[in-house]
Design a protein around this ligand. Structure first.
Ligand SMILES: Cc1cc2nc3c(=O)[nH]c(=O)nc-3n(C[C@H](O)[C@H](O)[C@H](O)COP(=O)(O)O)c2cc1C
Length: 385
């Protein structure tokens, strides 16, 4: 973990905490100017090791030892100054020397005032580093510490963690294109009320995230969800009809289609454009009509070589219903999960799923645990085929 003298250094103690919580070993190198922004003792306490700075740049050749030891080299925040030095092979302090000696994946998070970022020298340095295989994570746009607003904000520590995990993962899905649907749909009755279900989108996002970590290109079509989708290309939709449109637009592109959304089966026949008032009514009757069956439509349009993976949320006869869906919807796999009762998968961080292949000579596999973990195992089982 290299830290340079940018104001965003104040976020790095939280990042180091996340790194050590993830059971990764973390060595910290600070530039002299970084020490003006964050206290070495804070970082030492959080990573449980002595922090390295230019005072330890001595005959013990720490730049060589640390660069050989690391599996991923993160520089966050990276100043315009350090970025320029690394791009030009300048090694005048411990951090830049270690950077130039390193051969592991390098992740750089530039963070600065937007005019410093847009400056053609900075942009040329970024291009040079990218062309050498360094991963530059672009800053986001928003309020900057200098009081201005623009492009230059460092991502939040949780988001940096996703990039670190991605750099550490084997990219055994590189080149694959994965389309995932996730979350519930909202079927509006009037402008302020809708019919929905308790799906959180966590399982779909876990499938998307997992493929992204393994190097795949991922597009996520999400109903109304409140889950961290950092790094994923997201299309937001509300109703089943919106979701079908978005799926159709992206279908031909995908090698794998994961249908994890809990799409509403029905919508009201007549949407009321005014809020329905309760005045004088003891009851009202809503007539519901069937929504399009997105999974079946995808099965119908499926092209040669495409792999379709559906989910079956069932409350009873789980396996039997799931097998029926494979045939009806032309799926290659179905993931059957139990959404009834107290152990419902809905909105939970955990799940138990049965991976049922269309091909009956392949065995049924059961995965249980955190959704992030089982998503990883599901992909391993599918891509191993
Ligand atoms: C208060 C303050 C905030 C700064 N914030 C940034 C910043 O966010 N990004 C940046 O590139 N430089 C920033 N600088 C300038 C760097 O600190 C300066 O270029 C320094 O030489 C960087 O040294 P280093 O790259 O060795 O850490 C800031 C300077 C000051 C005084």
């Amino acid at each position: 973990m290299g830290i340079t003298g940018g104001i965003a250094a104040y976020k790095i103690p939280s990042l180091v905490r996340l790194i050590t919580k993830a059971e990764c070993d973390c060595e910290v190198i600070m530039t002299e100017s970084a020490k003006n922004f964050v206290a070495p003792m804070t970082l030492e306490t959080l990573c449980g090791r002595k922090v390295h700075d230019d005072s330890s740049f001595d005959a013990s050749i720490p730049h060589i030892r640390l660069s050989e030891w690391a599996e991923v080299f993160v520089i966050a925040p990276c100043t315009a100054n350090t970025l320029a030095k690394i791009a030009h092979g300048i090694a005048d302090n411990l951090l830049t020397s270690a950077a130039i000696a390193s051969s592991c994946p390098m992740l750089i998070f530039p963070a600065m005032n937007d005019r410093m970022y847009d400056n053609s020298a900075t942009q040329a340095n970024i291009s040079a580093l990218k062309s050498r295989g360094v991963k530059i994570v672009e800053p986001s746009t928003g309020e900057l510490a200098c009081g201005e607003s623009g492009k230059g904000r460092m991502p939040e520590p949780e988001q940096i963690m996703h990039e670190i995990f991605r750099a550490l993962c084997v990219h055994d899905m590189a080149g694959e294109k994965v389309l995932v649907t996730a979350g519930p749909t909202h079927e509006y009755i009037d402008p302020v009320r809708y019919i929905s279900n308790p799906s959180s989108g966590k399982m779909g996002v876990a499938m998307a995230r997992s493929a992204w970590l393994r190097g795949a290109e991922v597009r996520l079509i999400a109903g109304p969800i409140d889950v961290d989708t950092y790094g994923l290309e997201v299309t937001r939709v509300k109703s089943a009809e919106d979701m079908l449109r978005a799926v159709r637009e992206n279908l031909a592109w995908a090698d794998y289609v994961v249908k994890a959304a809990a799409v509403g089966d029905f919508r009201v026949k007549e949407f009321s454009s005014h809020k329905i008032k309760r005045d004088g009514k003891d009851s009202i009757t809503l007539e519901l009509v069937q929504n399009p069956d997105i999974a079946a439509e995808v099965g119908r349009l499926k092209r040669e070589g495409q792999v379709l993976i559906g989910f079956a949320a069932e409350t009873d006869n789980i396996m039997e219903h799931a097998r029926g869906k494979i045939a009806r919807k032309n799926l290659d796999y179905i993931l059957a999960n139990d959404v009834g009762g107290e152990n419902s998968a809905f909105a939970s961080d955990k799940n138990t799923v049965h991976l049922i292949p269309r091909n009956e000579s392949e065995s049924v596999r059961t995965f249980s645990g955190l959704k992030e973990d089982i998503a990883f195992d599901i992909w391993s089982a599918i891509i191993a085929r």
